[in-house]
Design a protein around this ligand. Structure first.
Ligand SMILES: Cc1cc2nc3c(=O)[nH]c(=O)nc-3n(C[C@H](O)[C@H](O)[C@H](O)COP(=O)(O)OP(=O)(O)OC[C@H]3O[C@@H](n4cnc5c(N)ncnc54)[C@H](O)[C@@H]3O)c2cc1C
Length: 475
């Protein structure tokens, strides 16, 4: 074995001698991968194919002991370190060029305590892993809408989905965690132990350490919920979207409904003549009793002349996977996102005005509706600050051919600019693309407290491959 040259987080390169590298590899219970070794290319690939980074070393941890070894090596040599959970971060923060990737994706264990209504979750678990285990007991915690996403990154950024209006952000349901900090300690954090650390990982991303175990509170959900899509022709989109906004202003917390504008995919329930044409979809879930859901969803479903209405009692786990076919890994993706506290008619006009210019059949504009329980948490209660984000827009540019890169990214930026006058100025940290420097907007008024915690838990910024919070200079 030769010496290994790696990126230093101070810039430039640093060298790990052959004997040290050999000892590190031999001391790991999980596998380690160097460029060219079998499995290396698979280990460096992430969800977004726009990201093509080549780490010098990938350490696939098999447990906490391996994570501690990685942190020790990284500290010793001031290595650039990335952490990988589900690998879905749009900015590709799970991998870095020439550095060390602490790959946690094999740690997918989920242990549910049905009596206590809690779940202990490994840092490599996907949303599907967690839903699968919790739904065996008719329980759930709020997660996102694509089941292959990692629980780790989603939770650490805040996390929202179909249950968020009813049960809050994913981070609001995080009860405790085990965290390996930059000084190589394993800390347990909860409301009683190291409560500041818990506050910081509820929305502060991977800035404060490597989480090796999450504990979530669970709630009765399903196993069947009333859920599905109502699809409208784009010609009626303006009235439908205004009506949706007005209905959701008074909707019960059990009801979530998001708008998606795109070219109709070839869904089996859509007449073929509509495939590829612009449509407005209402995606809805009623998370309580399906019979009550029928009443609550009626104002949305009875409006206008939809092409299709496939809202029906559905297993919760099935709806959690409903969008997976449209969100497979391996495509090129670029996102731009805004938060809105309200959607005046002008914002709806600006949003819909972009739809006739969709640059690929896979591009979409989605507008999530939050509020409810997530909006009633004080801004200072967790590091996630966007309690005023009643609507979250994600401009999801998605395409296959790299020759379309410029057209698709330009379209997404154009939409972002057109909607900027209506936005709060805040942005969800998990929706920020590679070229964005908006950490201030992402952490908002909680940025300063996070910087003080960063100074306490990671004063040398060992964990910097993220939407980074620099350690406070004072305090
Ligand atoms: C198709 C798709 C759909 C999505 N839908 C939603 C949605 O409905 N709701 C929502 O809220 N978000 C959604 N997201 C965004 C998602 O929350 C982020 O992409 C998130 O970063 C994914 O987490 P991950 O573990 O898969 O990411 P990774 O890329 O593995 O990690 C992202 C970052 O998280 C940090 N991190 C990961 N693991 C750890 C750890 N164990 N300890 C410390 N830090 C860690 C690191 O800083 C890392 O750089 C979606 C993303 C995709 C691609």
């Amino acid at each position: 074995m030769h010496d290994l040259s790696l990126a230093s987080r101070r810039g430039g390169k640093t060298r790990v001698e052959a004997a040290r590298l050999e000892a590190f590899r031999a001391g790991m219970r999980g596998e380690t991968l160097l460029p060219g070794e079998p499995g290396y290319d698979q280990a460096r690939a992430v969800w977004n194919a726009m990201i093509d980074r080549r780490p010098a070393l990938v350490a696939r941890c098999a447990g906490v002991a391996d994570v501690l070894r990685c942190v020790e090596l990284a500290r010793e040599h001031e290595l650039l370190v990335a952490m990988r959970g589900g690998g879905h971060n749009i900015a590709g923060k799970a991998v870095c060029d020439d550095g060390l990737v602490v790959d946690l994706s094999r740690l997918r264990d989920v242990r549910v305590d049905p009596g206590a209504r809690t779940a202990r979750v490994g840092p490599g678990a996907t949303l599907a892993d967690l839903d699968h285990e919790t739904q065996a007991f008719g329980l759930a915690t709020p997660l996102g809408i694509n089941s292959t996403t990692g629980v780790a990154g989603l939770t650490l950024g805040g996390g929202f989905g179909w249950l968020t209006r009813k049960l809050g952000m994913t981070a609001d349901n995080l009860l405790s965690a085990d965290v390996v900090t930059a000084d190589g300690q394993l800390l347990h954090t909860s409301e009683r132990h190291e409560p500041d650390l818990l506050w910081g990982i509820r929305g502060g991303g991977g800035n404060l350490g490597i989480v090796t175990s999450f504990e979530f509170g669970l709630h009765p959900v399903g196993p069947e919920v009333l859920a599905g899509l109502v699809v409208h022709p784009f010609s009626g989109a303006r009235d439908v979207m205004r009506h949706w906004r007005d209905v959701m202003a008074d909707a019960p917390d059990d009801l979530s409904c998001w708008v998606v504008a795109r070219k109709a995919p070839p869904l089996p329930f859509l007449p073929e003549s509509w495939h590829g044409r612009e449509v407005l979809l209402l995606a809805m879930v009623y998370a309580g009793d399906p019979a009550a859901g029928a009443k609550a969803t009626r104002p949305l479903r009875a409006y206008g002349t939809p092409i299709a209405d496939v809202v029906a009692p559905t297993p919760y786990v099935a709806f959690q996977k409903a969008f997976d076919p449209l969100l497979q890994p391996g495509a090129r993706n670029y996102w731009k996102s805004h938060n809105f506290s309200s959607l005046p008619d002008g914002a709806i006009e600006a949003f819909l005005g972009q739809v006739p210019h969709l640059p690929s059949p896979h591009c979409e504009l989605f507008m999530g509706n939050l509020g409810g329980a997530a909006g009633r948490v004080p801004v200072s209660a967790t590091a996630y600050p966007h309690r005023d984000a009643n609507f979250v827009m994600n401009v999801h540019a998605r395409w296959e051919d790299r020759r379309d890169d410029d057209a698709c990214t330009a379209w997404a930026r154009g939409v972002f600019d057109a909607l900027a006058p209506f936005a709060t100025g805040g942005v969800y940290v998990n929706f920020m693309s590679e070229d964005e420097e908006r950490a201030g907007a992402a952490y908002g008024t909680n940025h300063e407290r996070l910087a003080r915690l960063k100074k306490r838990y990671d004063p040398t910024n060992l964990f910097c491959v993220n939407q980074n919070v620099a350690p406070a200079s004072r305090g």
